[in-house]
Design a protein around this ligand. Structure first.
Ligand code: FAD
Length: 393
């Protein structure tokens, strides 16, 4: 039977950050994880280069039933604080579009930073540990049974993340702990995830697999101006992943495949100047041939602009600039980058991350009902929430 001050379940972004901060305060910290390796999601993130934060972070970049919850933590440990840590370790990094910061070399640099900080302050990380049971003995006293033995702690931190990528060790553990202690959990769904298509659309678009196009994708009141990617399964690419977090089953999304021009005007003006030009000649200059041939009727494409009516121009413009499509669903947790929903923020203190009803129990990171946009926002939430909780556990 081992006694420590703090047990953190989950040895990844939020859990390791919390462990470092708590240990800096002199707390005796044990991090438990069922995986063989710490920080697996960090390693696979950002295509292996970890998009670790963003130059421009605000509450607008997060989805939650409580939109204000993130503000306090994001301001107490901001992107600038994490960037400064990255710079202390001389990790080379670069900015991509929309302020996203990626490692030049590898995500390993970020994980090594965290593990090195853990080592400096004597954080104990124990892997291959399956938690069998959690019991609250009294305020600030938890008993944890695991396949590796039993542990007592004063503060228990749940940093077990969401459900995305079960192959990487994702589990509903955190939600079950919340349920055990009667803490509300919002229903979860996959976010930042590609769309699958209905059979008919899938067949129609199958020839476009591999084409990426800068677009504006709209769903309800949200819109994202980034690339979309046609895949053999459906639609992906940054704009699609972003909008997927706002989409509900059965809804239509609307895509503008030519976001930088007014196609109707372009068609009318060109007809004035070059009435003999064929529609396909003009459209093939604007978008890939394969795409135009899939979207626009072949007979119309072969006509010259003077042979085409204004109503037909309107129709062509609408198909390319106001393309409505109803996804069949998403690829689900198998490929999702985040989990929407989770531990209700109203049940947690935004200052300490302690449960408002269970003294000594804390929730941080993605297990909470906080999901960021694509672009480094999810890691920033893990760093910020982990850091803040680390000051109190
Ligand atoms: C493919 C992919 C790429 C991503 N890329 C980026 C990116 O570039 N930038 C960005 O900001 N975000 C990215 N994300 C999201 C980001 O990885 C997560 O938001 C972040 O890792 C959440 O951190 P966390 O510590 O809360 O949880 P996680 O990183 O999910 O860690 C949870 C830990 O808990 C452990 N655990 C789970 N269940 C149990 C259990 N029952 N018992 C013991 N241990 C358990 C897991 O093994 C894991 O180590 C990406 C996600 C994916 C899937």
């Amino acid at each position: 039977m081992k006694k420590v001050d703090v047990i953190i379940i989950g040895a990844s972004a939020s859990g390791l950050m919390c462990a470092i901060e708590a240990a800096k305060r002199g707390r005796h910290v044990l991090v438990l994880d069922h995986a063989k390796k710490a920080g697996k999601k960090i390693l696979m993130s950002g295509g292996g280069r970890c998009n670790f934060t963003n130059y421009d972070v605000s509450s607008e970049n997060y989805i939650s039933h409580n939109r204000h919850f993130v503000k306090s933590a994001l301001s107490r440990f901001s992107q600038w604080d994490f960037i400064s840590l990255v710079e202390t370790y001389k990790i080379p990094y670069h900015e991509r579009e929309h302020g996203q910061l990626f490692c030049d070399n590898s995500s390993k640099d970020i994980l090594s930073l965290l593990l090195n900080e853990c080592k400096k302050v004597n954080v104990n990380i124990q892997l291959n540990t399956n938690i069998l049971n959690i019991e609250k003995k009294s305020n600030h006293h938890f008993l944890i049974n695991s396949n590796m033995g039993n542990y007592h702690c004063q503060s228990l931190v749940i940093a077990t993340g969401g459900l995305s990528i079960p192959k990487m060790g994702a589990s509903p553990f955190g939600y079950k702990v919340a349920e055990q202690f009667n803490i509300k959990v919002w229903p979860t769904t996959a976010g930042l995830v590609p769309f699958t298509l209905h059979k008919q659309d899938k067949e129609r678009l199958s020839g476009l697999s591999g084409i990426a196009i800068e677009s504006i994708v709209n769903s309800k009141d949200m819109s994202f101006h980034e690339n979309i990617l046609f895949t053999h399964r459906g639609l992906s690419g940054p704009a699609i992943l972003q909008i997927s977090s706002y989409w509900s089953a059965g809804e239509i999304i609307v895509i503008n495949l030519l976001p930088d021009i007014n196609l109707l005007e372009e068609l009318s003006n060109t007809r004035e100047k070059q009435p003999q030009i064929k529609l396909k000649t003009l459209l093939h200059k604007l978008l890939p041939k394969r795409l135009i041939n899939t979207f626009i009727d072949t007979i119309l494409l072969d006509k010259t602009l003077q042979e085409i009516s204004y109503e037909q121009f309107q129709d062509v413009s609408s198909q390319l600039q106001n393309w409505s499509i109803k996804p069949n669903g998403t690829e689900g947790y198998r490929t999702a980058e985040v989990t929407l929903g989770g531990i209700d923020c109203d049940a947690i203190s935004s200052k300490t991350f302690e449960s408002k009803t269970v003294v000594g129990l804390y929730f941080i990171g993605e297990v909470m009902d906080i999901s960021g946009w694509l672009g480094g926002y999810n890691f920033q939430w893990s760093w910020s929430s982990g850091w803040c909780a680390g000051q109190y556990v």
